[in-house]
Design a protein around this ligand. Structure first.
Ligand code: ADP
Ligand code: MG
Length: 253
């Protein structure tokens, strides 16, 4: 069955082509007569398959970056190319399509619908994408199995722990097979075991070729990524490759 899961407006992300190209990105918020420059000239290129952590203290502009990358907000100046396409040239319908099919979102507060069971929450992006009912159910259950919740598909969020709810949210983020996963403080509300579970899932998704942007203020969470971009006061202060501690060679000196 046609699922219209590929948008003609995008080229497939090739290895030579960055998925994300943010150039001289500025964002100014206006509150009444007060202006605040949340992003002050950010350059950031991310290639297909990278696992990047954006790290910075509270108020440094991380969520603003996430909102821009996720096409939830627009820049005041500068440019954002997503898979080579200038986001500014897309209309609302294209943007909704990008958000729904190309990007999987994971938020600190899970953002699950409380009245829906786990699998109903996971199928939602596919409802918007026009996937057939039986196929939605099959893929939702498979995604929940993938995150280790095959036995919780009928539970509502209120019947699940925080860690389980976040795993449902990860299942929802990956069910459309998006090019990129954007996670904003995904472990911010989790205990250490659930944090480990969610980070292990992100590792798996990275290993299966997904592009992952992980936003966090916690250094040890960022350590799981392969590249760490530090932001402060709306600017990139460093951008370095990272070897996750658990992958370092065990050669004692
Ligand atoms: P972080 O996620 O790193 O904590 P944010 O991107 O949320 O930072 O915010 C960066 C700065 O922009 C903060 O000083 C915040 O108060 C301000 N800000 C964020 N969103 C808005 C908004 N909608 N209107 C006005 N100021 C905002
Ligand atoms: Mg934030």
């Amino acid at each position: 069955m046609a699922e219209a899961s590929v948008m003609p407006v995008f080229r497939a992300p090739g290895s030579s082509e960055p998925v994300i190209q943010l150039t001289a990105a500025r964002k100014t918020y206006k509150t009444g007569s007060i202006e605040f420059e949340a992003l002050r000239g950010i350059d950031l290129d991310i290639n297909a398959g990278e696992y990047v952590a954006v790290v910075g203290p509270s108020g440094s502009g991380k969520s603003t970056v996430m909102n821009i990358l996720g096409c939830l907000d627009t820049l005041t100046s500068g440019s954002y190319l997503l898979a080579g396409e200038n986001v500014e040239d897309l209309d609302e319908i294209d943007l909704a399509d990008v958000r729904n099919k190309r990007i999987g979102f994971v938020f600190q507060q899970f953002h699950l619908l409380p009245s829906l069971s786990a699998w109903r929450n996971v199928e939602l992006p596919m409802v918007y994408a026009g996937v057939h009912r039986d196929e939605r159910r099959r893929r939702a259950v498979a995604a929940l199995e993938r995150v280790g919740l095959g036995d919780r598909i009928d539970n509502k969020p209120g019947q699940l722990s925080g860690g389980q709810q976040q795993r449902v949210a990860v299942a929802r983020a990956l069910v459309t097979e998006p090019t990129m996963i954007l996670a904003d403080e995904p472990t911010g509300n989790l205990d250490s075991q659930s944090t480990e579970d969610v980070l292990a899932l992100l590792d798996e998704l990275h290993e299966s070729g997904r592009t992952i942007v992980l936003i966090t203020h916690e250094t040890d969470v960022a350590q799981r990524s392969r590249r760490i971009v530090h932001v402060r006061d709306g600017q990139v202060t460093s951008d370095e490759p990272n070897t996750p501690t658990h992958l370092m060679g065990g050669h004692a000196a």
